[in-house]
Design a protein around this ligand. Structure first.
Ligand SMILES: Cc1cc2nc3c(=O)[nH]c(=O)nc-3n(C[C@H](O)[C@H](O)[C@H](O)COP(=O)(O)OP(=O)(O)OC[C@H]3O[C@@H](n4cnc5c(N)ncnc54)[C@H](O)[C@@H]3O)c2cc1C
Length: 394
């Protein structure tokens, strides 16, 4: 059963009012480039959120998190504008990085790296994926080629990374590398690093289909990066396990934010279809359009239920790997169909930058790939189904 405390419901309401009244007018602000809003715009929005009391709204003042189910409601409201999660500082990769640090970090690491994130004074990046041309980690993280080796009280990291969201402009990085040490060989390690660092060089920022994340997505070269041993997150060799701790909730919070934007797109498409006349009546009275909006309404409800179900599983203390795979796959694929129908219902206007409908379409196209491509989630589910079938035969 979905349980939302009155405090969480009130915060969600505040976030919605803030996004509708303060953030949406910024959607036409031209302080942005091909990769997303500029840092100056993001900073101004975060200040507005701070004033409105909705900065990092899913974490209470005492540092404790609202439940995942409550977070779903709050983050959906933040997603009503693509700028909402940036204003409220609950955008990827920061939100997932904060979660991981909160779960695995020592008090010292939290003080140094988490506190500036929670206060909205810093941005962060998560360095896992590697360039396909190097044969590095992608869908299959075990292909990781970035290495780390002990050197006295330090670790030395070398390798290349790709698609690193927000690396340009971030001041905190979580870097993953494969250990070359005998006691943790082949296992991954995670390190917290201050950015920028001369040993972490941005080769280029990729030209990608999406445009919501400040800093865009970068290809990075890491040359002899020296990190103090006490900046390792958790234990040596356990990095892939921690990646799972981060990935399940992070996948789900992406679903929450993009669902919020899909709800807004549906509002815009509905408004268009109810006002726009064609062949003697409003578009919505033509079945071809009315049925698209009806299907969207059904699908939005289905996504909401899927997210709440998975959030409930995480709230029970389970890792939720399978459930978040199912939810992420369903929501990413369904949101893409919702976005496509909103574009179609709005005709030419749907493919212009005049509304956020066009942006939703581009964003969810990328979402079908990051946080695990749909096929990878289905492939791992199929393996589980086979395993369960085998066990049932014994
Ligand atoms: C916008 C964006 C932001 C990102 N941000 C970050 C970030 O901040 N940090 C980070 O570390 N990474 C990030 N990524 C990287 C993302 O996690 C990877 O793109 C993703 O894991 C897929 O890896 P790949 O691109 O190398 O695809 P590949 O591994 O080359 O896979 C290509 C395709 O092959 C198919 N495929 C792969 N395996 C299977 C299988 N077992 N069965 C069936 N089909 C399969 C899938 O269709 C997949 O799309 C981001 C990516 C994007 C697009």
């Amino acid at each position: 059963m979905t349980i939302i405390s009155s405090q969480a419901a009130q915060i969600a309401e505040q976030v919605e009012q803030f996004v509708r009244n303060v953030v949406i007018p910024y959607e036409q602000d031209d302080r942005r480039d091909a990769h997303g809003p500029s840092d100056a715009l993001a900073k101004e929005l975060r200040e507005k959120a701070r004033e409105a009391g909705v900065l990092v709204p899913h974490i209470r003042e005492d540092g404790s998190h609202f439940s995942h189910v409550e977070t779903a409601l709050i983050l959906r409201k933040s997603g009503l504008s693509p700028l909402g999660p940036i204003a409220c500082h609950v955008m990827a990769p920061d939100e997932g990085n904060m979660y991981l640090l909160g779960k695995v970090g020592t008090d010292e690491l939290k003080q140094r790296f988490l506190a500036p994130l929670v206060s909205g004074d810093a941005r962060s990046a998560f360095f896992m994926t590697e360039p396909a041309e190097d044969g590095g980690a992608g869908s299959d993280p075990s292909l990781m080629q970035t290495t780390c080796k002990r050197d006295g009280n330090h670790w030395v990291i070398n390798g290349r990374k790709a698609f690193i969201t927000g690396a340009e402009g971030a001041s905190v990085g979580i870097v993953m590398a494969k250990s070359e040490e005998a006691d943790s060989e082949g296992g991954a390690c995670m390190f917290l690093v201050d950015l920028p660092d001369p040993a972490i060089r941005i080769e280029r920022v990729l030209d990608t289909i999406d445009s919501s994340m400040p800093g865009g997505h970068a290809v990075i070269a890491i040359d002899n990066l020296r990190v103090a041993a006490d900046q390792m997150l958790g234990e040596a060799g356990e990095g892939f396990k921690y990646a799972q701790v981060r990935l399940a909730p992070a996948r789900l919070t992406h679903c929450m934010r993009w669902l919020g934007l899909a709800e807004r797109a549906q509002e815009l498409a509905t408004d268009y279809a109810c006002k726009r006349m064609a062949f003697g009546k409003p578009l919505i009275d033509h079945e071809g359009v009315g049925f698209m909006l009806a299907q969207n309404k059904i699908d939005i409800q289905a996504c909401t239920l899927m997210i709440d179900w998975c959030a409930g599983v995480l709230d029970s203390g389970a890792l939720g790997t399978t459930e978040s795979s199912m939810a992420k796959t369903f929501v990413a694929e369904t949101l893409f169909q919702i976005a496509d129908r909103c574009v179609q219902a709005m005709g030419g206007t749907g493919v212009t930058g005049d509304t956020v409908v066009e942006q939703l379409f581009r964003e969810v196209r990328a979402f079908r790939i990051y946080d695990g491509p749909t096929e990878v989630h289905k492939w791992s589910l199929a393996k589980k189904i086979k395993r369960e079938w085998r066990e049932a035969q014994d």
